[in-house]
Design a protein around this ligand. Structure first.
Ligand SMILES: [Zn+2]
Ligand SMILES: [Zn+2]
Length: 390
C-alpha cells in the first residue's frame, strides 16, 4: 500500500496546487467540480453531478459484497486575500483556500484513484465532494437532495487537517466533536427623543442594554454547568449623535453548544427575555433567531472503525479518542445527523501563529496527502475486507 501511495503523492500535490491556485466560494465550485468529475472519470469511477448544485459523487464497486461506505471531502474556499508567496498562490483576488479543502479534495481523489486501481475490497465506496462547507450548508443541501437515498452507506467518514494536533495523529471522539452554531439578531424599536427630554419618547438604548444584561443569566442560571454552551452578543448598533436618543437599536450575536437540547433552551430563553423587556418598556422587540449548523456528532461504531483503521496505518499511539470537542462548527454535522459516521481531525503539526485555519498565511501541509489516503484506504479495508492477494 505504501509504495503505491508514495507514487500518488506527486500527483496529489499537483492537483492540490492546481485547486489552490483556483479557489472558489461556496456553491460556485464550478471549475473545482469539473476537475473532480474529470479525474474520477479518468480513474474509472462512476460520476454523478449536480447534487446540491456543484456537488459531485463518485461510486466505485468491487467484488459482490452488498456493504457500502462513503467518504466526504469539502471543495469550497474562503473570502480571504492570500498572503502566501508560493508558485501556486491564489490567482483569484480576495478568494483563498485557507481551510485546506484543496487538500481534502486531493486526498479523496487520491483515495479514489488508489481504490479504482487496486479494487481490492468487497462492496461499494461512495466519494462525496460537497460544496459550501464554510457558511452556506452545502452538506445540508446534499442531504435534502437525497444523498443517502441515492447513495446508501452504513457509515460516512470525513477528515479535516488540524494544525495544533501532532503531525500524523488522528483524533476522533464518540459524541459531539464540533459545536452547533446559531446566530440571532434583535431589533428594539420605539420613539426617539431629545436626549434632554427622554420622557417624551421611549428609549431603545436602555432596553437593549437590559436585554444584553438579562441574557447573561441564560447560560449561567438555566443550563447545566457541565454542558458546554456560549452565548455572545457581537454587535450593538444605534444612534449617531450625542443629543438624540435613537428610535431603534439592533443587537446581534451567536450561540454555540454541543447538545441540541441546550440550543433549544437558549433560543426559548432569549425569546422570553426579549418579550419581557418589550412588555415592561412598551417597545417593539423582535428576535430573529437562525438555527445554523447542528453539533457534529460521531457514532460509536464509526469511531471504532476510524480508530482501528488509523491504528493499523499510523500506529495506535497516534490515535486519540479522548479529547475535548471544539466549539467551532462544521457542515458535515448535517450528514452526521442523517447518517452514522465519523468526523476526524488529522494532525497537521504545530499551530504556527498567523498560519492557522482561516488565516491569510495558512497553507495545507502537503505531507498530509498520503496520510489521508492511507487512513481512508484503511477504513475501506477495515469495513469492506482487507485485500489478501497483494
Ligand atoms: Zn473552514
Ligand atoms: Zn474547513
Amino acid at each position: 500500500m505504501n509504495d503505491r501511495i508514495a507514487e500518488l503523492h506527486q500527483d496529489m500535490m499537483a492537483w492540490r496546487h492546481d485547486l489552490h491556485a483556483h479557489p472558489e466560494l461556496g456553491f460556485q465550485e464550478h471549475r473545482t467540480a469539473d476537475f473532480v468529475a474529470a479525474k474520477l472519470a479518468e480513474f474509472g469511477v462512476e460520476v454523478h453531478r449536480g447534487i446540491a448544485g456543484t456537488g459531485v459523487v463518485g461510486t466505485l464497486r468491487a467484488g459482490s459484497g452488498k456493504r457500502a461506505i462513503a467518504f466526504r471531502a469539502d471543495m469550497d474556499a474562503l473570502p480571504i486575500e492570500e498572503k502566501n508567496d508560493v508558485a501556486y498562490a491564489s490567482t483569484r483576488p480576495g478568494v483563498m483556500h485557507a481551510c485546506g479543502h484543496d487538500g481534502h479534495t486531493s486526498i479523496l481523489l487520491g483515495t479514489a484513484r488508489y481504490l479504482a486501481t487496486t479494487r481490492d475490497f468487497d462492496g461499494t465506496v461512495h466519494f462525496v465532494f460537497q460544496p459550501a462547507e464554510e457558511n452556506d450548508g452545502g452538506g445540508k443541501r446534499m442531504v435534502e437532495e437525497g444523498l443517502f437515498d441515492r447513495f446508501p452507506a452504513e457509515n460516512i467518514f470525513a477528515l479535516h487537517n488540524w494544525p495544533g494536533l501532532p503531525f500524523g495523529t488522528l483524533a476522533a471522539r464518540v459524541g459531539p466533536q464540533m459545536a452547533a452554531r446559531d446566530n440571532f439578531s434583535i431589533s428594539v424599536r420605539g420613539t426617539g427623543s431629545h436626549a434632554a427630554m427622554p420622557h417624551l419618547g421611549d428609549d431603545p438604548v436602555v432596553a437593549a442594554c437590559r436585554i444584553v444584561a438579562e441574557a447573561q443569566t441564560i447560560v449561567s442560571r438555566t443550563v447545566d454547568p457541565l454542558a458546554s454552551v456560549v452565548l455572545s452578543f457581537t454587535q450593538i448598533h444605534g444612534g449617531n449623535t450625542l443629543n438624540v436618543v435613537p428610535g431603534e437599536v439592533t443587537l446581534a450575536g451567536t450561540c454555540r453548544f454541543l447538545d441540541a437540547a441546550v440550543g433549544v433552551n437558549v433560543e426559548e430563553r432569549l425569546a422570553r427575555v426579549c418579550r419581557a423587556v418589550g412588555e415592561s418598556t412598551g417597545l417593539t422587540v423582535s428576535l430573529d433567531y437562525q438555527k445554523g449548523y447542528p453539533p457534529a456528532v460521531n457514532t460509536a461504531p464509526a469511531v471504532a472503525v476510524a480508530a482501528t483503521a488509523a491504528g493499523n496505518v499510523f500506529g495506535l499511539e497516534h490515535v486519540t479518542t479522548e479529547f475535548p470537542p471544539s466549539m467551532g462548527s462544521e457542515d458535515f454535522a448535517y450528514m452526521l445527523a442523517a447518517q452514522s459516521g465519523c468526523y476526524a481531525w488529522l494532525g497537521a503539526g504545530p499551530a504556527t501563529p498567523g498560519k492557522l485555519l482561516h488565516q491569510p498565511n495558512y497553507d495545507f501541509n502537503d505531507a498530509l496527502l498520503p496520510l489521508g489516503v492511507r487512513y481512508f484506504v484503511s477504513v475501506v479495508e477495515t469495513v469492506l475486507g482487507k485485500p489478501t492477494n497483494r
